[in-house]
Design a protein around this ligand. Structure first.
Ligand code: ZN
Length: 432
Protein backbone atom coordinates (compact mmCIF):
# COMPACT_ATOMS: atom_id res chain seq x y z
CA UNK A 1 0.00 0.00 0.00
CA UNK A 2 2.77 2.42 0.96
CA UNK A 3 4.76 1.58 -2.16
CA UNK A 4 1.62 2.05 -4.27
CA UNK A 5 1.19 5.54 -2.92
CA UNK A 6 4.82 6.28 -3.64
CA UNK A 7 4.35 5.29 -7.26
CA UNK A 8 1.32 7.49 -7.65
CA UNK A 9 3.22 10.44 -6.26
CA UNK A 10 6.02 10.00 -8.76
CA UNK A 11 3.55 9.95 -11.64
CA UNK A 12 1.80 13.13 -10.55
CA UNK A 13 4.49 15.56 -9.58
CA UNK A 14 2.05 18.41 -9.07
CA UNK A 15 0.20 16.51 -6.34
CA UNK A 16 3.19 15.79 -4.15
CA UNK A 17 2.82 18.89 -1.96
CA UNK A 18 -0.83 18.01 -1.31
CA UNK A 19 0.05 14.52 -0.26
CA UNK A 20 2.63 15.95 2.08
CA UNK A 21 0.06 18.31 3.53
CA UNK A 22 -2.44 15.51 4.04
CA UNK A 23 0.21 13.40 5.73
CA UNK A 24 1.15 16.30 7.96
CA UNK A 25 -2.47 16.71 8.96
CA UNK A 26 -2.88 13.02 9.68
CA UNK A 27 0.27 13.09 11.77
CA UNK A 28 -0.94 16.06 13.81
CA UNK A 29 -4.29 14.31 14.35
CA UNK A 30 -2.47 11.25 15.63
CA UNK A 31 -0.59 13.43 18.07
CA UNK A 32 -3.87 14.87 19.26
CA UNK A 33 -3.08 18.35 18.00
CA UNK A 34 -6.02 18.39 15.65
CA UNK A 35 -8.52 18.20 18.47
CA UNK A 36 -10.72 21.24 18.99
CA UNK A 37 -11.54 22.66 22.40
CA UNK A 38 -15.19 22.75 23.51
CA UNK A 39 -16.67 25.62 25.50
CA UNK A 40 -20.32 25.68 26.40
CA UNK A 41 -22.86 27.70 28.28
CA UNK A 42 -26.46 27.15 29.33
CA UNK A 43 -29.23 29.54 30.26
CA UNK A 44 -32.95 29.12 30.92
CA UNK A 45 -36.07 30.88 32.11
CA UNK A 46 -38.86 28.62 33.28
CA UNK A 47 -42.58 29.21 32.90
CA UNK A 48 -44.09 25.73 33.15
CA UNK A 49 -41.08 23.72 34.33
CA UNK A 50 -41.19 21.33 31.36
CA UNK A 51 -37.83 22.12 29.70
CA UNK A 52 -34.93 19.84 30.56
CA UNK A 53 -31.40 19.70 29.24
CA UNK A 54 -28.40 17.41 29.30
CA UNK A 55 -24.70 18.25 29.04
CA UNK A 56 -22.18 15.43 29.26
CA UNK A 57 -18.62 16.14 28.15
CA UNK A 58 -16.86 13.05 29.50
CA UNK A 59 -18.29 10.28 27.30
CA UNK A 60 -15.81 7.78 25.89
CA UNK A 61 -16.21 5.65 22.79
CA UNK A 62 -13.63 3.23 24.18
CA UNK A 63 -14.03 3.09 27.97
CA UNK A 64 -10.84 4.23 29.68
CA UNK A 65 -9.37 5.79 26.55
CA UNK A 66 -9.45 9.57 26.91
CA UNK A 67 -8.54 10.14 23.26
CA UNK A 68 -11.87 8.56 22.30
CA UNK A 69 -13.91 11.13 24.19
CA UNK A 70 -17.02 12.82 22.84
CA UNK A 71 -19.66 15.16 24.22
CA UNK A 72 -23.46 15.23 24.39
CA UNK A 73 -25.65 18.32 24.45
CA UNK A 74 -29.42 17.90 24.44
CA UNK A 75 -32.68 19.71 25.07
CA UNK A 76 -36.02 18.09 25.96
CA UNK A 77 -39.06 20.35 25.88
CA UNK A 78 -41.93 18.50 27.53
CA UNK A 79 -45.67 18.98 27.10
CA UNK A 80 -48.71 17.80 29.09
CA UNK A 81 -46.40 17.27 32.04
CA UNK A 82 -42.67 16.73 32.50
CA UNK A 83 -42.45 12.93 32.88
CA UNK A 84 -41.50 12.20 29.24
CA UNK A 85 -38.81 14.90 29.24
CA UNK A 86 -37.29 13.57 32.47
CA UNK A 87 -37.45 9.96 31.29
CA UNK A 88 -35.83 10.80 27.95
CA UNK A 89 -33.08 12.82 29.60
CA UNK A 90 -32.41 9.81 31.80
CA UNK A 91 -32.43 7.01 29.19
CA UNK A 92 -31.93 8.25 25.62
CA UNK A 93 -28.13 8.38 25.71
CA UNK A 94 -27.82 4.83 27.04
CA UNK A 95 -30.28 3.50 24.47
CA UNK A 96 -28.35 5.16 21.62
CA UNK A 97 -25.02 3.83 22.88
CA UNK A 98 -26.57 0.40 23.42
CA UNK A 99 -27.52 0.24 19.74
CA UNK A 100 -23.94 0.82 18.56
CA UNK A 101 -21.87 -2.26 17.72
CA UNK A 102 -18.83 -2.74 19.96
CA UNK A 103 -15.23 -2.29 18.94
CA UNK A 104 -15.67 0.22 16.13
CA UNK A 105 -13.00 2.72 15.15
CA UNK A 106 -13.87 6.43 15.13
CA UNK A 107 -14.96 6.59 11.48
CA UNK A 108 -17.09 3.44 11.66
CA UNK A 109 -18.58 4.63 14.92
CA UNK A 110 -19.56 7.96 13.42
CA UNK A 111 -21.05 6.18 10.43
CA UNK A 112 -23.07 3.87 12.66
CA UNK A 113 -24.45 6.76 14.74
CA UNK A 114 -27.45 7.74 12.55
CA UNK A 115 -28.98 4.26 12.76
CA UNK A 116 -28.20 3.92 16.46
CA UNK A 117 -29.91 7.26 17.07
CA UNK A 118 -33.08 6.02 15.34
CA UNK A 119 -33.05 2.82 17.41
CA UNK A 120 -32.36 4.75 20.63
CA UNK A 121 -35.19 7.23 20.05
CA UNK A 122 -37.72 4.49 19.24
CA UNK A 123 -36.66 2.36 22.21
CA UNK A 124 -36.96 5.32 24.59
CA UNK A 125 -40.43 6.13 23.24
CA UNK A 126 -41.57 2.53 23.52
CA UNK A 127 -40.31 2.21 27.08
CA UNK A 128 -41.88 5.45 28.18
CA UNK A 129 -45.22 4.60 26.61
CA UNK A 130 -45.23 1.23 28.37
CA UNK A 131 -45.41 3.13 31.66
CA UNK A 132 -48.84 4.35 30.68
CA UNK A 133 -48.11 8.04 31.25
CA UNK A 134 -49.47 10.57 28.83
CA UNK A 135 -46.91 13.36 28.57
CA UNK A 136 -44.60 13.89 25.62
CA UNK A 137 -41.37 15.70 24.79
CA UNK A 138 -39.25 17.05 21.98
CA UNK A 139 -35.70 15.74 21.89
CA UNK A 140 -32.78 17.49 20.22
CA UNK A 141 -29.71 15.40 20.84
CA UNK A 142 -26.29 16.58 19.70
CA UNK A 143 -23.10 14.50 19.67
CA UNK A 144 -19.83 16.35 19.19
CA UNK A 145 -16.84 14.17 18.37
CA UNK A 146 -13.90 16.44 17.55
CA UNK A 147 -14.96 18.28 14.35
CA UNK A 148 -17.94 16.04 13.60
CA UNK A 149 -21.36 17.12 14.82
CA UNK A 150 -24.29 14.69 14.69
CA UNK A 151 -27.77 15.98 15.50
CA UNK A 152 -30.92 13.88 15.94
CA UNK A 153 -34.19 15.54 16.69
CA UNK A 154 -37.95 15.15 17.02
CA UNK A 155 -40.20 18.12 17.63
CA UNK A 156 -39.28 21.77 17.32
CA UNK A 157 -36.25 22.33 19.57
CA UNK A 158 -33.91 23.64 16.92
CA UNK A 159 -30.12 23.34 16.62
CA UNK A 160 -28.32 25.86 14.44
CA UNK A 161 -24.70 26.12 13.36
CA UNK A 162 -22.94 29.44 13.03
CA UNK A 163 -19.61 29.17 11.22
CA UNK A 164 -16.75 31.62 11.01
CA UNK A 165 -17.86 33.10 7.73
CA UNK A 166 -21.12 34.20 9.34
CA UNK A 167 -23.20 31.57 7.58
CA UNK A 168 -26.01 30.21 9.78
CA UNK A 169 -27.40 26.78 8.93
CA UNK A 170 -30.14 24.82 10.66
CA UNK A 171 -29.16 21.26 11.59
CA UNK A 172 -32.73 20.22 12.47
CA UNK A 173 -36.15 20.50 10.86
CA UNK A 174 -39.18 21.75 12.76
CA UNK A 175 -41.68 18.90 13.12
CA UNK A 176 -44.67 21.23 13.31
CA UNK A 177 -47.86 20.70 11.34
CA UNK A 178 -48.14 24.40 10.67
CA UNK A 179 -44.86 24.61 8.77
CA UNK A 180 -44.24 21.07 7.56
CA UNK A 181 -46.45 19.95 4.65
CA UNK A 182 -44.73 16.58 4.28
CA UNK A 183 -45.47 15.71 7.88
CA UNK A 184 -49.08 16.84 7.50
CA UNK A 185 -49.50 14.47 4.57
CA UNK A 186 -47.79 11.61 6.36
CA UNK A 187 -49.99 11.86 9.44
CA UNK A 188 -53.17 12.32 7.43
CA UNK A 189 -52.43 9.24 5.33
CA UNK A 190 -51.71 7.26 8.51
CA UNK A 191 -55.16 8.02 9.86
CA UNK A 192 -54.67 11.25 11.83
CA UNK A 193 -56.81 14.34 11.35
CA UNK A 194 -54.99 17.66 11.04
CA UNK A 195 -56.85 20.89 11.63
CA UNK A 196 -57.19 23.95 13.82
CA UNK A 197 -58.98 24.27 17.07
CA UNK A 198 -62.51 25.44 16.37
CA UNK A 199 -64.43 27.45 18.91
CA UNK A 200 -68.11 28.22 19.15
CA UNK A 201 -69.50 29.35 15.82
CA UNK A 202 -66.97 27.28 13.85
CA UNK A 203 -64.22 29.89 14.03
CA UNK A 204 -60.81 28.24 13.68
CA UNK A 205 -57.97 29.50 15.81
CA UNK A 206 -54.34 28.74 16.57
CA UNK A 207 -51.81 26.57 14.75
CA UNK A 208 -52.55 23.31 12.93
CA UNK A 209 -52.91 20.40 15.32
CA UNK A 210 -53.39 16.67 15.12
CA UNK A 211 -56.66 15.23 16.40
CA UNK A 212 -57.44 13.51 18.68
CA UNK A 213 -55.05 15.05 21.18
CA UNK A 214 -54.49 18.47 19.66
CA UNK A 215 -50.70 18.25 19.43
CA UNK A 216 -48.93 20.82 17.19
CA UNK A 217 -45.89 18.53 16.78
CA UNK A 218 -45.78 15.69 14.26
CA UNK A 219 -42.95 13.85 16.01
CA UNK A 220 -42.13 13.43 19.68
CA UNK A 221 -41.20 10.95 22.36
CA UNK A 222 -44.13 9.80 24.49
CA UNK A 223 -47.65 11.06 23.73
CA UNK A 224 -49.26 7.65 23.86
CA UNK A 225 -52.72 9.25 23.92
CA UNK A 226 -52.24 11.14 20.68
CA UNK A 227 -51.80 8.40 18.09
CA UNK A 228 -48.69 6.47 17.11
CA UNK A 229 -48.32 8.29 13.81
CA UNK A 230 -46.78 10.98 16.04
CA UNK A 231 -43.52 9.09 15.68
CA UNK A 232 -40.25 9.23 17.65
CA UNK A 233 -38.13 8.68 14.51
CA UNK A 234 -35.63 11.55 14.44
CA UNK A 235 -34.40 13.70 11.63
CA UNK A 236 -30.64 13.13 11.65
CA UNK A 237 -27.93 15.33 10.23
CA UNK A 238 -24.18 14.86 10.48
CA UNK A 239 -21.65 17.50 9.44
CA UNK A 240 -17.92 17.90 9.71
CA UNK A 241 -16.73 21.39 10.54
CA UNK A 242 -13.66 22.87 8.95
CA UNK A 243 -10.66 23.52 11.17
CA UNK A 244 -12.07 27.00 11.80
CA UNK A 245 -14.67 25.44 14.11
CA UNK A 246 -18.08 26.93 14.74
CA UNK A 247 -20.83 27.67 17.23
CA UNK A 248 -23.90 25.53 17.93
CA UNK A 249 -27.03 27.06 19.42
CA UNK A 250 -29.52 24.48 20.71
CA UNK A 251 -32.76 25.86 22.13
CA UNK A 252 -36.40 25.15 22.86
CA UNK A 253 -39.21 26.92 20.98
CA UNK A 254 -39.32 29.61 23.66
CA UNK A 255 -36.30 31.00 21.80
CA UNK A 256 -37.33 30.20 18.23
CA UNK A 257 -40.86 31.63 18.58
CA UNK A 258 -39.17 34.94 19.39
CA UNK A 259 -36.00 34.92 17.30
CA UNK A 260 -35.04 33.73 13.82
CA UNK A 261 -31.95 31.53 13.56
CA UNK A 262 -29.97 34.46 12.13
CA UNK A 263 -31.10 36.88 14.85
CA UNK A 264 -30.24 34.41 17.59
CA UNK A 265 -26.76 33.84 16.11
CA UNK A 266 -26.15 37.54 15.60
CA UNK A 267 -27.34 38.51 19.08
CA UNK A 268 -24.44 36.68 20.73
CA UNK A 269 -21.62 37.21 18.24
CA UNK A 270 -18.29 37.79 19.91
CA UNK A 271 -19.41 36.62 23.34
CA UNK A 272 -17.93 33.55 25.03
CA UNK A 273 -20.33 30.58 25.17
CA UNK A 274 -21.37 31.10 28.81
CA UNK A 275 -22.45 34.69 28.18
CA UNK A 276 -23.78 33.90 24.71
CA UNK A 277 -26.43 31.50 26.06
CA UNK A 278 -27.57 34.12 28.56
CA UNK A 279 -27.67 36.77 25.86
CA UNK A 280 -29.84 34.64 23.53
CA UNK A 281 -32.36 34.00 26.31
CA UNK A 282 -32.33 37.68 27.26
CA UNK A 283 -32.92 38.70 23.66
CA UNK A 284 -35.87 36.30 23.31
CA UNK A 285 -37.48 37.58 26.52
CA UNK A 286 -36.94 41.18 25.44
CA UNK A 287 -38.71 40.46 22.14
CA UNK A 288 -41.62 38.35 23.32
CA UNK A 289 -41.70 38.25 27.10
CA UNK A 290 -41.75 35.00 29.11
CA UNK A 291 -44.56 33.11 27.36
CA UNK A 292 -43.03 29.63 27.47
CA UNK A 293 -40.13 27.69 28.95
CA UNK A 294 -37.04 29.11 27.31
CA UNK A 295 -33.82 27.10 27.29
CA UNK A 296 -30.60 27.61 25.37
CA UNK A 297 -27.26 25.80 25.14
CA UNK A 298 -24.38 27.38 23.25
CA UNK A 299 -21.43 25.18 22.27
CA UNK A 300 -18.26 26.60 20.77
CA UNK A 301 -16.01 24.23 18.86
CA UNK A 302 -12.71 26.08 18.96
CA UNK A 303 -9.62 25.25 16.89
CA UNK A 304 -6.49 24.37 18.88
CA UNK A 305 -4.28 27.41 19.51
CA UNK A 306 -1.70 26.55 16.92
CA UNK A 307 -4.32 26.63 14.18
CA UNK A 308 -6.07 29.89 15.02
CA UNK A 309 -7.03 31.65 11.80
CA UNK A 310 -5.60 34.89 13.21
CA UNK A 311 -2.11 33.59 12.50
CA UNK A 312 -1.88 33.89 8.71
CA UNK A 313 -0.15 31.07 6.91
CA UNK A 314 2.49 31.80 4.26
CA UNK A 315 1.08 32.60 0.84
CA UNK A 316 2.20 29.38 -0.73
CA UNK A 317 0.41 27.35 1.91
CA UNK A 318 -2.80 29.31 1.43
CA UNK A 319 -2.85 28.24 -2.20
CA UNK A 320 -2.36 24.69 -1.13
CA UNK A 321 -5.19 24.96 1.33
CA UNK A 322 -7.57 26.00 -1.42
CA UNK A 323 -6.45 23.04 -3.48
CA UNK A 324 -6.81 20.83 -0.47
CA UNK A 325 -10.37 21.95 0.13
CA UNK A 326 -11.16 21.37 -3.51
CA UNK A 327 -9.78 17.89 -3.29
CA UNK A 328 -11.58 17.03 -0.09
CA UNK A 329 -14.97 18.45 -0.81
CA UNK A 330 -15.14 18.06 -4.56
CA UNK A 331 -15.79 21.74 -5.26
CA UNK A 332 -14.61 23.27 -8.49
CA UNK A 333 -11.76 25.78 -8.49
CA UNK A 334 -14.07 28.44 -9.87
CA UNK A 335 -16.33 28.19 -6.86
CA UNK A 336 -13.46 28.49 -4.41
CA UNK A 337 -13.25 32.23 -4.08
CA UNK A 338 -10.20 34.05 -2.82
CA UNK A 339 -11.21 34.27 0.80
CA UNK A 340 -13.22 31.05 0.92
CA UNK A 341 -10.46 28.68 1.84
CA UNK A 342 -10.80 25.37 3.62
CA UNK A 343 -11.58 27.23 6.82
CA UNK A 344 -15.13 28.10 5.83
CA UNK A 345 -16.37 24.86 4.37
CA UNK A 346 -18.67 22.58 6.33
CA UNK A 347 -18.78 19.09 4.92
CA UNK A 348 -22.18 17.40 4.99
CA UNK A 349 -21.75 13.74 5.86
CA UNK A 350 -25.32 12.49 6.39
CA UNK A 351 -28.89 13.69 6.28
CA UNK A 352 -32.11 11.66 6.57
CA UNK A 353 -35.54 12.57 7.82
CA UNK A 354 -37.84 9.76 6.71
CA UNK A 355 -40.45 8.62 9.22
CA UNK A 356 -40.35 5.02 7.91
CA UNK A 357 -38.44 2.70 10.24
CA UNK A 358 -37.51 0.28 7.44
CA UNK A 359 -35.83 3.07 5.48
CA UNK A 360 -33.97 4.28 8.53
CA UNK A 361 -32.68 0.95 9.77
CA UNK A 362 -31.73 -0.01 6.21
CA UNK A 363 -30.03 -3.18 5.06
CA UNK A 364 -26.76 -4.20 6.42
CA UNK A 365 -24.52 -7.16 6.24
CA UNK A 366 -24.23 -9.28 9.29
CA UNK A 367 -27.22 -7.35 10.55
CA UNK A 368 -28.56 -7.98 13.96
CA UNK A 369 -25.87 -10.50 14.82
CA UNK A 370 -24.87 -9.87 18.38
CA UNK A 371 -21.42 -10.80 19.61
CA UNK A 372 -22.83 -14.01 21.04
CA UNK A 373 -23.92 -15.04 17.55
CA UNK A 374 -27.60 -14.61 18.36
CA UNK A 375 -29.82 -12.24 16.46
CA UNK A 376 -30.88 -9.09 18.27
CA UNK A 377 -33.78 -6.73 17.72
CA UNK A 378 -32.51 -3.67 15.83
CA UNK A 379 -34.54 -1.38 18.07
CA UNK A 380 -34.59 -2.72 21.62
CA UNK A 381 -31.48 -4.96 21.32
CA UNK A 382 -33.12 -8.02 22.94
CA UNK A 383 -31.83 -11.39 21.78
CA UNK A 384 -34.09 -13.10 19.27
CA UNK A 385 -34.68 -16.80 18.88
CA UNK A 386 -34.06 -17.88 15.25
CA UNK A 387 -37.79 -18.34 14.69
CA UNK A 388 -38.71 -15.08 16.33
CA UNK A 389 -37.10 -12.26 14.35
CA UNK A 390 -39.13 -10.52 11.68
CA UNK A 391 -37.23 -8.61 9.04
CA UNK A 392 -37.83 -4.91 9.17
CA UNK A 393 -38.67 -5.22 5.46
CA UNK A 394 -41.32 -7.92 5.76
CA UNK A 395 -44.64 -6.71 4.41
CA UNK A 396 -43.32 -3.24 3.63
CA UNK A 397 -43.96 -1.61 0.30
CA UNK A 398 -40.21 -1.53 -0.16
CA UNK A 399 -39.88 -5.26 0.20
CA UNK A 400 -38.68 -7.31 -2.72
CA UNK A 401 -38.88 -11.06 -2.94
CA UNK A 402 -35.59 -11.47 -1.10
CA UNK A 403 -35.70 -8.71 1.48
CA UNK A 404 -38.11 -10.27 4.00
CA UNK A 405 -35.28 -12.65 4.91
CA UNK A 406 -32.71 -9.92 5.30
CA UNK A 407 -31.92 -7.97 8.40
CA UNK A 408 -32.18 -5.90 10.36
CA UNK A 409 -34.65 -7.86 12.44
CA UNK A 410 -37.25 -6.76 14.94
CA UNK A 411 -38.78 -8.53 17.91
CA UNK A 412 -42.57 -8.99 17.83
CA UNK A 413 -43.11 -6.02 20.07
CA UNK A 414 -41.02 -3.65 17.95
CA UNK A 415 -42.61 -4.99 14.78
CA UNK A 416 -45.95 -4.13 16.35
CA UNK A 417 -44.68 -0.64 17.14
CA UNK A 418 -43.48 -0.21 13.55
CA UNK A 419 -46.92 -1.12 12.17
CA UNK A 420 -48.59 1.32 14.55
CA UNK A 421 -46.27 4.16 13.52
CA UNK A 422 -47.13 3.51 9.88
CA UNK A 423 -50.85 3.60 10.62
CA UNK A 424 -51.28 -0.12 9.89
CA UNK A 425 -53.16 -0.74 13.10
CA UNK A 426 -55.13 1.57 15.38
CA UNK A 427 -52.77 3.04 17.95
CA UNK A 428 -52.91 1.69 21.45
CA UNK A 429 -54.40 -1.61 20.26
CA UNK A 430 -52.11 -4.60 20.19
CA UNK A 431 -52.44 -7.27 17.53
CA UNK A 432 -52.00 -10.69 19.03
ZN1 ZN B 1 -37.47 -5.00 19.89
Amino acid sequence: MASGEGRRQRHHHDLVPLAVLLKREMKSERMGMGKPTLRYGHAAQSKKGEDYFLVKTDCQRVPGNSSSSFSIFAIFDGHNGNAAAIFTREHLLNHVLGALPRGLGRDEWLQALPRALVAGFVKTDKEFQSRGETSGTTATFVIVDRWTVTVASVGDSRCILDTQGGAVTTLTVDHRFEENIEERERVTSSGGAVGRLSIVGGVEIGPLRCWPGGLCLSRSIGDMDVGEFIVPIPYVKQVKLSNAGGRLIIASDGIWDALSSETAAKSCHGLPAELAAMQVVKEALRTRGLKDDTTCIVVDIIPPDNELPSAPAPKKQNKLRVLLSKMRFGGSTNKVSKNLSAVNIVEELFEEGSAMLAERLGNYDNSGKSTSGLFVCAVCQVDLAPSEGISVHAGSIFSTSSMPWQGPFLCLDCRDKKDAMEGKRPSGVKVS
